[in-house]
Write a protein that binds this ligand. Structure first.
Ligand code: NI
Length: 176
């Protein structure tokens, strides 16, 4: 069990475009294990490799059924390597997001409502899914990390960005 330090907004590596994974090997397995341990120790819904200081195109996410978020459907545990996103349709929706690299803050972020994503699992087997709602939001948030984008850059109205405890009831709580 290795919980790694999570980089915070402002650290240059979070702003870099991450490199594709070339080999599905033991090194990748070790990286995903560390991402997993780190995400779970912080109760995160997802984490991207750059957040633990590794500039590779790997994300993981999972949203379990949680009574704290009754309006959020569960998302299966997924390891997604070298992802490609294709938005389906023009529709976007705004939702509150948080991020392990931006602790304590929340912002209202527009995302595509429906989306197809493709990539590979930990062993190199292809993944091809069409998703919507919170599942689509989590994937877009995590894949943004691989392109050096943090959600505050996508907040349209900075009045809808602030500290979780200060936003209070204006904000619908969402998993990080
Ligand atoms: Ni994040």
């Amino acid at each position: 069990m290795t919980v790694r330090r999570v980089l915070k907004m402002g650290e240059p590596l979070l702003g870099q475009v991450a490199a594709p994974v070339m080999r599905f090997d033991a090194e990748l397995e070790a990286l995903v294990r560390d991402m997993d341990d780190t995400m779970r120790s912080l109760n995160g819904a997802g984490i991207a490799a750059p957040q633990i200081g590794v500039s590779l195109r790997v994300v993981i996410f999972e949203v379990a059924d949680n009574p704290r978020y009754p309006h959020v459907s569960p998302v299966p545990y997924t390891v997604l390597v070298n992802p490609q996103l294709t938005p389906l349709g023009e529709e976007q929706a705004e939702g509150w997001e948080g991020c392990l690299s931006v602790p304590g803050l929340r912002g209202l972020v527009p995302r595509h409502t429906r989306l197809r994503y493709r990539g590979f699992d930990l062993h190199g087997a292809p993944i091809d899914r069409t998703v919507e709602g919170f599942h689509a939001r989590v994937v877009q948030h995590e894949v943004d990390h691989l392109d050096g984008i943090l959600y505050p850059q996508r907040v349209r109205d900075m009045r809808n960005f602030g500290f979780e405890d200060a936003l209070g009831t204006r904000m619908t709580p969402m998993p990080d």
